[in-house]
Design a protein around this ligand. Structure first.
Ligand code: CU
Length: 353
């Protein structure tokens, strides 16, 4: 029975291909340019009506220590325009008006009292922190439009974790921009803490056709991008786009040991994380000090996966940070770490892949 069904499918595909040729489907190269423009335009999805004229200003993340092992975190869900490629705006579904959202940093053993203020007038949103132990149906529950929800849960494993909206269809909420990174600092630190001169976060995400669940599900990303999020006041803080971390590189001083907290928030693709011109001295998979590796060239990050990677920059120059899946580099996934004698930008041109 199964074999019969399989044979039928194969035959049907063969027939449709033949039919396409016989009935004169227009080959790509003979089409007029006007037809291509039309075809592209008909694929353009639009923002849902209540979002159309909405562009909510980014709101700073609120983190407030409530006790030695307790932290209050307040975030918003909101609709904010993000420039994902030069001149290309995306009406993103966001946390706090950023995509990815702001980095959240707590300590191992903290209880997080989390408040989500849903400023979206039309759609419920929610928060799924990969860093916590919780009952998803209750603790990651939807917060309705213009309402606020509060939840409490412990973060008792150290590491670099993804967070995302978990409202159905989850793929639409993540692919439209509702993702980010939470770092749970290990209570005894990392064994290499004292060696580190600089640290940054790097997050990888994908962008697809605007709010198009079919493209999110069956398509390939139009852009694969990196962003960095401020760990402290004054650090660079960017959205996931194709250009900012090329135009304004991250900086280091020759001889520095650099730590990157890295996270791949997907939604769909794997990251093969690599820094050109160096080999990682130390890697902590998922950011847990127990998962220590030495001498890796590339770190595989599954969708949602994180790591801490550390490396020493021995020469002045520009070091491209990439995913070694180079079709994704072609779609934007490069950031530049610029290494100078002083650690400040010397204004010299950088190279890119
Ligand atoms: Cu959402």
């Amino acid at each position: 029975m199964k074999r019969g069904a399989k044979y039928f499918v194969t035959s049907a595909i063969g027939l449709s291909l033949l039919a396409g040729c016989a009935q004169g489907a227009v080959p790509e190269k003979t089409r007029q340019p006007e037809e291509k423009v039309l075809a592209a335009e008909t694929n353009k999805a639009e923002a849902i009506a209540p979002h159309k004229d909405l562009n909510q200003e980014p709101i700073p993340l609120k983190v407030e220590r409530a006790g030695p092992n307790e932290v209050n975190v307040e975030m918003t869900s909101q609709i904010t325009d993000i420039e994902i490629d030069k001149g290309k705006m995306y009406k993103a579904w966001t946390f706090n008006g950023e995509a990815p959202g702001p980095v959240v940093v707590v300590n191992e053993g903290d209880t997080i009292n989390f408040t989500l203020k849903n400023m979206d007038p039309a759609i419920p949103h929610s928060m799924d922190f990969h860093a916590v132990h919780a009952a998803p149906s209750k603790d990651f529950a939807n917060v309705q439009p213009d309402e606020t929800g509060t939840f409490s849960y412990p973060a008792n494993k150290p590491g670099v974790f993804m967070y995302h909206c978990g409202t159905s269809p989850v793929l639409s909420h993540i692919a439209n921009g509702m993702h980010g990174t939470i770092i749970v600092k290990p209570k005894d630190g990392y064994p290499t803490d004292k060696e580190i001169n600089r640290e940054y976060t790097i997050i990888q995400n994908e962008w697809y056709k605007y709010n198009d669940l079919d493209d999110f599900t069956n398509g390939v990303p139009g852009h694969v991008v990196f962003s960095t999020k401020a760990l402290k006041e004054g650090d660079p803080n960017t959205n996931g786009d194709t250009f900012t971390l090329k135009d304004k590189p991250l900086l280091a001083k020759v001889g520095d040991k650099v730590r990157l907290y890295i996270n791949n928030v997907g939604p769909n693709e794997v990251s093969s994380f690599h820094v050109v011109g160096t080999v990682f001295d130390d890697v902590y998979i998922d950011g847990n000090p127990f998962n220590r590796y030495k001498g890796l060239q590339t770190v595989m990050l599954p969708a949602s996966g994180g790591a801490v990677v550390e490396f020493t920059v021995t020469r002045v120059g520009s070091y491209p940070i990439v995913t070694h899946q180079f079709n994704h580099v072609q779609k934007g996934a490069v950031a530049i770490l610029k290494v100078t004698e002083t650690g400040e930008d010397d204004g010299k041109a950088t190279m890119s892949h």
